[in-house]
Design a binder for this molecule. Sequence first.
Ligand code: SF4
Length: 281
Amino acid sequence: MSRVISTEEMIPVIAKLCMDSCYHLNDNVIKALESAYEKEVSPYGKDTLKLLLDNAALASKENIPVCHDTGMTVVMMKIGEQVSWVGMPLEEAVNEGVRKGYTEGYLRKSVYLDPLNRVNSGDNTPCVLHTEIVPGDKVKIVVLPKGGGSENMGAYTNLVPADGVEGVKEFVLKSVQAAGGKACPPIVVGVGIGGTMDKTTLIAKQALLRPIGVRNSNPFYKALEEELLEEINKLGIGPLGMGGRMTALDVHIEYYPCHITSLPVAVNLQCHSVRQASVEL
Ligand code: SF4
């Protein structure tokens, strides 16, 4: 039996997710920043983390953005295969929700309609929409505003299979080192391994959705996440690049089957403003 949902219903839902994600860091992120504050040994790093925590608390209390850069809006939807849509086209409705959220929520409009001719769309649309068809009759929506600072420092490479796990570790560490303070650490490091170029970068971004502190269920990748986190936090970049131990809050790896000749790796970084909001309908 199919479940009929009007796409127009999505508009206020998406608008609220845009505002909530930009105003309120969730408890999981606040706890991770508090734990980073406890562990940080550098006085500058510790002071910076205190400022970040105070800033997040004030933003949440006043319903104002945690950061002036309210990002390009990434919307990820898991749509149950029993859902039928009525009303305007789904992508139009999602963009209408983004438009409403960014306008009514006084969120910065950061989207150029043309990457070379650089004319601002004026309402932060279009978003980047990813849809996935899953079993069931539910719709899960995640809104992930992605700031330019951290998104710009993402990286992708095609290793050769012989490079193996050591090659992957070297690439991830080099990417984080190259990002330095520009990605606004402490960061969450999303790593995608395998797939094709499009899939690798997508799973690296999806890795950012996992709550901080939750490990990959595969013991091999769990151990790799832990090792990379330890190594990244020896780089000395520290909070906002001020020096210190807490460069990363976590490392999340997602993997996917790949071609016999391939070993693609993508790194997608998320700044300390780990903004996301989700709902299931
Ligand atoms: S990278 Fe994140 S914290 Fe830094 S300016 Fe951009 S959105 Fe803000």
